[in-house]
Design a protein around this ligand. Structure first.
Ligand SMILES: NC(=O)c1ccc[n+]([C@@H]2O[C@H](COP(=O)([O-])OP(=O)(O)OC[C@H]3O[C@@H](n4cnc5c(N)ncnc54)[C@H](O)[C@@H]3O)[C@@H](O)[C@H]2O)c1
Length: 247
């Protein structure tokens, strides 16, 4: 795919699927800015793939405004926003603290809302733009022991649909990619026991294809949604889940 001279922002771009997306976009010629709260990882990875980086927390609305202002000041436009930053808390409702609930909602939903709101203001003036949000299979179907995360991803799906309809007249396409079980640091995060090969095998066995995804298998779908090849797509939830939700 050719993204030559297209200006892209990728949140959560220091790790996992955000990093894979940033790399693929950069290889395809885009001018990429990674947005991430992890200074060490983000700075090193941005240098490795030769892109810009902005450090901060996407749950901070003022920071999200600054990100869009900084990118437009540097490049004069914003063509593609990929909202991949996200966190997980693995607990049922009684096991979830107020702080955990608020944090998951503020990052996973608030972060996408704040950045997308700032981005559409610019994209409207351009008459063109694309946003790809990271939803999840767990935004469409329930899962045990991840209540705040499931609620947040359901909200991301509805935010995606509602904004897609609001901005269809502005030439802005807004879709969500909904990954299944992907081998990233998030898969291992927030677990009580350390992750073993046996545990990864057990997770893989819940997937019809019997394997975890490599982050790049999701990134390629994000690039498709960001490209003109997806010109008739907006408001779509695109499952990339090896059949997980086909059952
Ligand atoms: N891994 C999976 O199996 C899976 C499945 C479905 C959906 N997802 C979703 O895909 C997206 C990417 O997940 P991943 O597995 O690549 O995760 P990851 O943990 O590997 O990467 C997430 C990145 O987001 C950054 N981040 C987290 N909170 C942030 C904040 N408040 N501000 C700025 N940056 C922040 C982290 O520093 C990290 O670099 C997430 O939205 C996640 O919910 C993951």
């Amino acid at each position: 795919m050719d993204f030559t001279n297209q200006v892209a922002v990728v949140t959560g771009g220091a790790s996992g699927m955000g990093a894979a997306t940033a790399r693929e976009l950069a290889v395809a010629g885009a001018r990429v800015t990674i947005v991430d709260k992890n200074v060490v990882l983000a700075t090193a990875f941005a240098e490795e793939i030769g892109v810009e980086v902005l450090i901060g927390d996407v749950s901070d609305a003022a920071f999200c405004e600054e990100v869009v202002q900084a990118v437009v000041a540097r490049y004069g436009r914003l063509d593609i926003l990929v909202n991949a930053a996200g966190i997980i808390v693995r607990a049922d409702a009684p096991g979830t603290t107020n702080e955990q609930w608020q944090r998951v909602m503020n990052v996973n939903v608030g972060g996408i809302f704040y950045l997308s709101r700032a981005a559409v203001a610019v994209m409207k003036q351009q008459g063109k733009g694309v946003i790809v949000n990271f939803g999840s299979i767990w935004g469409g179907v329930g899962a045990a022991g991840v209540v705040a995360y499931c609620a947040s991803k359901g909200a991301v799906h509805q935010l995606t649909r509602a904004m897609a309809l609001d901005h269809v007249k502005d030439g802005i396409r807004i879709n969500a990619v909904c990954p299944g079980e992907v081998n990233t640091p998030m898969l291992a995060s927030e677990r009580r026991e350390p992750v073993t090969d046996e545990m990864l095998q057990r997770i893989a066995s819940t997937v019809p294809m019997q394997r975890l995804a490599d982050p790049v298998e999701i990134a390629r779908v994000v690039l498709f949604l960001a490209s003109d090849d997806a010109s008739y797509m907006t408001g779509a939830m695109v499952n990339v889940d090896a059949g997980y939700t086909a059952r």
